[in-house]
Design a protein around this ligand. Structure first.
Ligand SMILES: C[S@@+](CC[C@H](N)C(=O)[O-])C[C@H]1O[C@@H](n2cnc3c(N)ncnc32)[C@H](O)[C@@H]1O
Length: 274
């Protein structure tokens, strides 16, 4: 299916990040090959909310190069399917699965068509960290989340907190710089570097959309899911801008004067009613 031009631009951007993320100081895929018990920090962080996955089927939306997908496969499910719209990302994910012997499969699909393209339902849908900012329309996103879950299936999500989204370092000061409220037009960014990896991003243009708390929760409720739990976190998985400081393992935090004033990330768990 034809992608909206702005989403196609995002796909070019993600395609061109793949070699950067596979290279020096990137996602370090070899860790998963060298240590068959290694589970990514991201999945470890989310395990309490994911709960016991033993014997369950899991779909991992926006799986990127498969490091979290392989990690999920290591914590109990009977099967894991990763979905992403970037062909080079899925190619790298399949390569990682082959090198680790992980019981995972992958499907190339954009999220707006994922329920139809994947064509089946799962016990758990997981998506995290860098998920919803890529979508102008969260109702379509949530409809596909619901469409990939069986009745009784669980949705587990973690992403940047909507209240943290406006913050940016301007002249060395971390301030609310972008809009919090929903806008039709995207925030357009041209960045030749990525959040991991030393290489140059050859398609630097990316389009992102802000989503207020109410919009996210109402999209999930509107898709027919029942909210089970909402959590807010002080730390972030990546240095969103240089002024964040790494503390407490792999988490990054606002400067001290903001740390107790602004949440950095949030998690949501929801269930598709039987
Ligand atoms: C920041 S990564 C998140 C992955 C995960 N947190 C990780 O670090 O591996 C965002 C992923 O979303 C994918 N993506 C962005 N927009 C998408 C869309 N419209 N449909 C499907 N995948 C999309 C990108 O290709 C990328 O792999």
């Amino acid at each position: 299916m034809e992608l909206d031009p702005l989403l196609a631009e995002n796909r070019d951007n993600w395609d061109s990040r793949v070699p950067v993320h596979l290279g020096p100081n990137g996602y370090r895929q070899e860790r998963y090959v060298d240590d068959p018990t290694w589970v990514s920090e991201m999945v470890r962080f989310d395990q309490p909310l994911l709960g016991d996955l033993t014997g369950l089927s899991v779909v991992h939306l926006q799986c990127h190069i498969g490091t979290d997908t392989v990690s999920l496969a290591r914590v109990g499910p009977s099967e894991v399917v990763g979905v992403d719209f970037s062909e080079p990302a899925i190619e790298a994910a399949r390569d990682l699965a082959a090198r680790t012997g992980a019981n995972v499969t992958f499907v190339v699909s954009d999220v707006y068509n994922a329920a139809v393209t994947v064509g089946r339902e799962f016990d758990v849908l997981y998506t995290s960290v860098g998920a919803i900012g890529w979508f102008p329309d969260l109702a379509r996103w949530a409809a596909n989340v619901a469409g990939l879950l069986r009745p009784g299936g669980r949705f587990v999500f973690r992403d940047l907190h909507p209240a943290a989204w406006p913050y940016e370092a301007v002249d060395g000061q971390v301030v609310p710089h972008y809009w919090y409220w929903k806008r039709d037009e995207p925030l357009v960014e041209d960045e030749e570097t990525s959040y991991l990896g030393d290489g140059k991003v050859t398609s630097p243009r990316a389009n992102e959309w802000s989503h207020p708390v109410s919009e996210v929760l109402n999209a999930i409720i509107g898709a027919g899911l029942r909210l089970d739990r909402v959590e807010e976190h002080e730390g972030c998985d990546w240095p969103m801008f240089g002024e964040l400081s790494p503390q407490e393992g792999d988490q990054w935090f606002f400067p001290d004067h903001l740390r107790d004033k602004v949440p950095m990330m949030w998690s949501i768990a929801a269930t598709k009613p039987e």
